[in-house]
Design a protein around this ligand. Structure first.
Ligand SMILES: [Zn+2]
Length: 128
């Protein structure tokens, strides 16, 4: 999952997502997909968890396509994302590694916020 996000053909953008969704992923029909575009709503944290959630959609795409409907796919992805998020967030070095990669990916795009910290700080202010 980390290597999928690391690839140069995987892009990560901050932006406003339509409707209720906090994040969105688009990818081509190859398996594994050649190109992956992830968009995460800047107001949603922890961002790592949202990115992991979208990466799970990509990884499971071939497995679930034609076997589970969208609702069931979401149930599967959410349960795996909870597990993965616990795994990542329970280790400070692991979480730092993910945050650093996300920051690097965001820096690859011309229009975005400066850093993951800026995003986190903003949402903390909002929730207080
Ligand atoms: Zn989802």
């Amino acid at each position: 999952m980390f290597s999928l996000l690391s690839r140069p053909t995987t892009t990560l953008l901050l932006g406003t997502c339509k409707g209720e969704t906090a994040a969105h992923v688009a990818f081509d029909d190859n398996f594994p997909p050649a190109y992956v575009h992830i968009k995460v709503d800047a107001n949603n944290t922890p961002m790592v968890q949202f990115v992991i959630h979208e990466l799970i959609h990509v990884i499971l795409s071939e497995l679930v396509l034609g076997k589970f409907d969208e609702t069931l796919e979401e149930v599967i992805v959410v349960s795996l994302d909870s597990y993965m998020w616990a795994f990542v967030s329970n280790s400070k070095p692991r979480l730092a590694k993910w945050n650093a990669l996300i920051e690097k990916k965001l820096a690859e795009e011309p229009v975005k916020l400066k850093s993951i910290e800026e995003v986190v700080d903003r949402s903390r202010e909002k929730s207080q």
